[in-house]
Write a protein that binds this ligand. Sequence first.
Ligand code: HEC
Ligand code: HEC
Ligand code: HEC
Ligand code: HEC
Ligand code: HEC
Ligand code: HEC
Ligand code: HEC
Ligand code: HEC
Length: 412
Amino acid sequence: MSFRSVFIAIVIGFGLVLAGFLVNLYRPPAETGQPSAAFVRATGKCAECHAEQQHSIVHEYEMSVHAKKGVNCLDCHQAAEHQDKMDHHGFEITKSLTAANCRSCHDKEYQQYLRSRHAAPSWAAVYGEKSLTPEQVAFSEQFQPGGTKRPPHPLVGLEGQQASESGCASCHSVGKPNADGTLGTCTACHARHVSSVALARLPTTCAQCHMGPDHSQIEIYEESKHGVLFHAQEKLLNLAAEPKQLTTHDMFVPTCATCHMSGLNGLAVSHDPSDRLSYYLFAEITEKRPNYARAQAAMKDVCLQCHTKPQIDRVYDQAEKVVAETNDKVTTAKAIIEGLRKDGVLSEKKFETPIDFAYFDLWHYDGRTAKHGAFMGGADFVQWHANYPILERTIQMKATADEMRRQHAKPK
Ligand code: HEC
Ligand code: HEC
Ligand code: HEC
Ligand code: HEC
Ligand code: HEC
Ligand code: HEC
Ligand code: HEC
Ligand code: HEC
């Protein structure tokens, strides 16, 4: 062996040791606090077995920013506080991964998420207040009044346990309480192993849950100019841009995340998608949120990164009128149902007679769709999926109510 090659080998060897030291120096504190030999081994060791058996999973991880920054398998898979451990081929790993395993390094995002309706309220919307601890309810109520202090949804009892578990709970698990005391999972938007911001910014990510007749957000987006431009120009967007440096040069067409979460041109990034909402559009009768003015200004600030003020004021002016008109129409239909209940024609129990379903569909499908369509650029949804069926259902409800009253008045 020549002196030259020995010298090169020594230089490279020293370089590697130094690089290892430097990488370790800049690791988050949670990581350097661990026995480092295990960590150095960890990535190689876990992947050794799993790359063969589950190529996809390891490959997803290899494409991630985590892999590039030296966050390894065990960093996520080790047991966080209050989690059950299990022995696993010489390692101790957690039995179940939750937001707690991300929170250890990303507490800021977790705290923002915790204040949002994606957290406790989304679980309470299905299973009610009793499915959460009193502390979780008290915490959430400060930010989302009425979001958690409520009974379970009546459909849960009527449709059966498995229906609500595989249906409602799958989407609403974005805020499911975990045995370790944390809420939810961060992987709904980031996936488990690619952990990507680019993925979270895609409309299809939100559309896993934000779809269908009761919250047609993806359908509305697809028919809006924003959706059309997104598909035409997706390849030109810099979807992976770092959140703190995201500008309209990276994202000149908005996706769901841009309007509801991103910090465009220096605005604040938020893991609380309720932050920029001024109305409770999902409600039967829509009211302003307690933070109406601040929230609306925050959303308009996002629009104004790409638009002029008169254009945005026009959209809001029209949409707020749609909210008021829809409230009037729902109130009219509601009076028909309440009249029947007051006169004993209809029982107090919900979801027992066809007219009950007609009214539920009227506000829960048509009413919401009108309001969402008006704010997010879905003309077809304001009209043919909303106002037309509202008109039709109201007339049918009136006819049915008259008939029910006639039957009720007949001597039995
Ligand atoms: C010697 C091979 C081997 C090593 C090393 C290994 N695993 Fe596994 N792992 C397996 C096999 C095989 C399974 C399938 C279930 C079983 O037999 O435990 C599995 C299952 C798993 C599961 C699913 C467990 C469940 O109950 O759903 C996870 C998560 C996991 N491994 C993570 C890891 C992590 C993280 C590491 C490194 C810290 C690791 N594995 C190291 C072979 C290995
Ligand atoms: C960013 C955190 C993170 C990193 C890094 C990570 N995992 Fe995971 N892994 C998860 C989460 C979250 C789950 C889902 C666990 C659950 O649902 O209970 C998971 C699940 C798994 C599973 C079970 C998957 C299935 O579909 O059956 C295996 C196996 C696994 N991980 C192996 C690995 C290996 C090997 C590495 C390193 C190459 C790794 N993980 C790195 C977060 C991570
Ligand atoms: C051991 C610490 C650690 C853990 C645990 C961890 N991360 Fe990370 N994460 C990091 C580091 C470091 C970065 C790179 C940040 C940077 O460069 O500013 C990062 C970056 C990210 C990014 C930005 C990726 C991008 O495309 O730019 C996301 C999203 C993310 N993590 C999500 C998660 C999720 C979800 C979990 C849990 C399943 C998790 N992280 C667990 C340390 C961690
Ligand atoms: C795993 C399912 C799921 C995914 C994925 C998801 N959401 Fe949600 N989202 C929900 C549920 C459930 C609610 C209703 C929570 C409640 O009010 O009870 C909700 C509510 C919302 C709200 C209304 C909050 C409020 O205060 O009324 C916004 C805005 C929102 N999500 C935006 C997004 C965006 C943007 C994305 C994608 C980046 C996304 N969501 C991804 C399930 C999801
Ligand atoms: C496809 C995913 C999905 C399924 C399945 C689903 N939801 Fe939702 N749900 C959502 C999303 C997304 C929202 C947010 C809509 C909005 O804010 O406009 C929501 C909103 C709600 C709301 C209104 C928000 C609130 O906090 O009052 C209630 C109540 C609700 N869902 C209950 C249920 C029940 C009960 C079931 C099952 C019978 C169910 N959901 C099934 C995704 C889903
Ligand atoms: C509703 C979807 C959604 C959920 C749930 C979610 N994220 Fe994110 N996350 C995003 C989006 C979208 C971005 C990028 C925001 C932007 O465009 O700048 C992001 C960005 C991030 C980043 C990069 C932030 C930065 O400033 O560099 C981290 C880290 C992160 N998320 C961690 C988490 C953790 C931890 C959780 C669970 C507590 C979580 N996310 C849950 C959608 C989500
Ligand atoms: C151009 C910006 C923009 C885009 C893109 C956008 N939204 Fe919205 N979204 C809004 C505005 C504005 C509102 C109404 C805000 C208010 O209440 O003041 C809204 C309302 C909502 C609500 C209603 C919350 C409630 O009170 O019921 C949800 C949920 C939602 N958006 C989710 C999404 C999803 C999911 C996508 C992508 C498929 C999306 N948005 C795309 C601007 C946008
Ligand atoms: C990231 C940039 C961006 C953001 C943020 C954004 N838009 Fe847009 N929007 C566009 C682009 C680009 C077009 C197409 C403009 C053109 O063709 O001149 C557009 C088109 C529109 C149009 C259709 C104009 C037409 O008739 O063709 C409306 C309405 C609109 N936006 C409203 C909004 C509202 C309201 C908000 C905030 C809630 C918003 N936009 C946020 C980029 C954005």
